[in-house]
Design a protein around this ligand. Structure first.
Ligand code: HEM
Length: 302
């Protein structure tokens, strides 16, 4: 079994260690806004942010790479992390990315994938070995093709939280769900060739110029698990596509005052609240520990 320390070491070996930056999703930008739930949300979960009143939101869009200088034209997953502040002052996070399914069903599989991604003469062999040992990657190839495409901007692509969470409503009834952020502007991609002629940070530049024209909105949708859908395997497709609109995130401004003067912000998928419970997905639980190590290194500037 790999440890969270092994995971960070593998990430640093593949992408380099960049003091003060997140080990993965190193390049990212913060925005502010608010989330307002639909009336249907409260029927599924008693979480405070689903009561219909708007709550403040902090949003970070990012490139998946561990290299803070990576050009946006490089095919990779993109991240959308959202922190909602609840009326009692506590927070809850939703961490999502553009892949529709995770590449592996275990932390070991993910670390093998990261090691294979290190550019070297052996990477072809390493990918073949990874795929042979983690055949679940093939199930997601068709659905994940979208993650290899280059979005026109951070506001023109869907983001998926991948893990299952257990929603519990006021009556104590529960359902396993997966989250999806759906851009109200619709999806739009650019060719690799077109992306290469754009500025290094074009995803952010596109987003900022879109924001200058008015709020950017994403719908939060939840997919409800069917009886045969796995709550513990983020690489497994679900047969049920029963979806409920939970609410709308409205992004209104660029956040210029956060993560300055030593402030460290972490978006932790295990940071849930009453009415939302983590599933037993081992990748979900592992992430939290790996993020803590990355945060510790960020604080030390290491
Ligand atoms: C074993 C699996 C995984 C490992 C080891 C891992 C590792 C990491 C690490 C070390 C960071 C930087 C954390 C920080 O310094 O705050 C990070 C960031 C991130 N990861 Fe993962 N990750 C995993 C799976 C996932 C999955 C399944 C998703 C999508 C649902 C995801 C989405 C993100 C996002 C969006 C960020 C950026 C958060 C931010 O903007 O602060 N990761 N990951």
């Amino acid at each position: 079994m790999v440890t969270p320390e092994d995971a960070i070491a593998a990430v640093h070996d593949t992408f380099g260690a960049h003091p003060g930056y997140r080990a993965l999703h190193a390049k990212g930008f913060l925005y502010s806004g608010q989330f307002t739930a639909t009336p249907e949300a409260a029927g599924l979960s008693r979480a405070a942010h689903f009561d219909g009143n708007a709550v403040p939101a902090l949003i970070r869009f990012s490139n998946g790479s561990g290299d803070p200088e990576a050009a946006d034209s490089r095919p990779t997953v993109r991240g959308m992390a959202v922190k909602l502040t609840l009326p009692d002052g506590s927070t809850t996070d939703i961490s999502a990315q553009t892949a529709r399914l995770f590449v592996a069903n275990s932390p070991d599989g993910f670390v093998e994938f990261v090691r294979a991604a290190k550019p070297s003469a052996a990477s072809g062999y390493r990918f073949a070995k990874f795929a042979a040992r983690n055949p679940e990657v093939f199930r997601g190839l068709r659905q994940n093709a979208v993650a290899a495409k280059i979005p026109a901007g951070y506001s023109t692509v869907e983001y998926h939280a991948l893990h299952a969470f257990r929603f519990v409503n006021a009556a104590g009834e529960s359902r396993y769900v997966r989250y999806h952020w759906i851009p109200v502007d619709g999806e739009e991609f650019v060719s690799l060739l077109a992306a290469r002629s754009k500025p290094r940070d074009f995803l952010t530049e596109e987003f900022d110029s879109r924001l200058a024209r008015g709020p950017v909105r994403f719908k939060l949708q939840t997919q409800l698990a069917g009886p045969d859908d796995s709550s513990v395997d983020p690489s497994a497709p679900w047969s049920s596509d029963e979806r409920v609109d939970l609410g709308t995130l409205e992004i209104t401004g660029i956040e210029t005052e956060r993560e300055r003067d030593g402030e460290v912000i972490v978006f932790d998928p295990m940071n849930v609240t009453d009415g939302i419970e983590p599933s037993d997905d081992p990748v979900l639980h592992f992430r939290s520990k790996a993020y803590s190590i990355s945060v510790g290194l960020r604080i030390k500037g290491a």
